[in-house]
Design a binder for this molecule. Structure first.
Ligand SMILES: [Mg+2]
Length: 249
């Protein structure tokens, strides 16, 4: 039985690609950098992805991803690289302002509210993720929110998950008796196979779930190939399929 669900946010519950595009276009305008084009986006995404993957492997610090990607990108475009930090600050704010739900994710999570413990488990920044939670209404739905910047470690590191598990246990001890499946009592310390992570990223969510020893559900709407040696307990194309996995509903 699943007693705790760890939801990834970006490109799982919310469409990050839409928010990213909107935020970059606005940021470019505000900083007087001219029009942001789709060709620029392609170049930016190569730089951005390379740096996030280095972070996930523990080879790069977060600031070197966040600011460093814009420094590198502006250098590539022949623009002023000294604005990278300020540009990133504003970008984090803008990211929280464009909300686009995936697969009716809001209604879905709302329907699970007070039926099972739902947590957010995200590698984003505190500024961006707080904005997204507030503007999406998810802040009123999640029972616990785990943001890597606050924890001080990133998915897929076990150092991200261990503090989450402690919080989850604490929450259950106090509140599980109110959940319909519990029969009015706390069911004891949560076991690894009673938790599931649901996310789109093999390198952060699924590898993280593998490292932590919890169940892994890969949200793979684009039908990407599984190109890594990973344990995947469930693979779904739509978030609506989650209800078949969480059989308590
Ligand atoms: Mg994601």
């Amino acid at each position: 039985m699943i007693r705790a669900v760890l939801w990834d946010l970006d490109n799982t519950l919310l469409d990050f690609d839409v928010a990213e595009w909107e935020a970059l276009c606005t940021d470019f305008r505000e900083f007087g950098l001219g029009e942001f084009t789709e060709d620029m986006l392609k170049d930016y995404m190569v730089i951005n992805r390379r740096r996030w993957q280095a972070l996930e492997r523990g080879e790069m610090e977060k600031q070197e991803v966040l600011e460093g990607r814009f420094r590198e990108f502006f250098g590539f475009l022949g623009k002023d690289t000294s604005i990278a930090a300020a540009f990133n600050d504003r970008y984090q704010e803008l990211l929280g302002e464009t909300i686009c739900f995936r697969d009716d994710s809001y209604e879905l999570l709302k329907s699970y509210q007070r039926k099972v413990l739902q947590c957010m488990a995200s590698n984003g920044t505190k500024k961006a993720q707080t904005g997204k939670l507030k503007n999406s209404g998810f802040d009123k739905i999640f029972d616990l929110c785990f943001i890597s910047e606050e924890i001080g470690a990133e998915k897929p590191s076990i150092d991200f998950f261990t503090p989450c598990f402690e919080e989850i246990d604490k929450w259950l001890m106090e509140r599980e008796k109110d959940l319909p499946y519990s029969g009015g009592k706390y069911l004891g310390n949560i076991k690894k196979d009673e938790m599931i992570i649901i996310g789109d990223s093999l390198t952060s969510d699924i590898r993280g779930g593998n490292n932590a020893g919890i169940k892994c559900c890969w949200y793979n709407p684009k039908n990407l190939p599984l190109n890594q040696d990973l344990r995947i307990d469930y693979e779904i194309k739509s978030l609506q399929e989650v209800k078949d996995i969480l059989q308590i509903f």
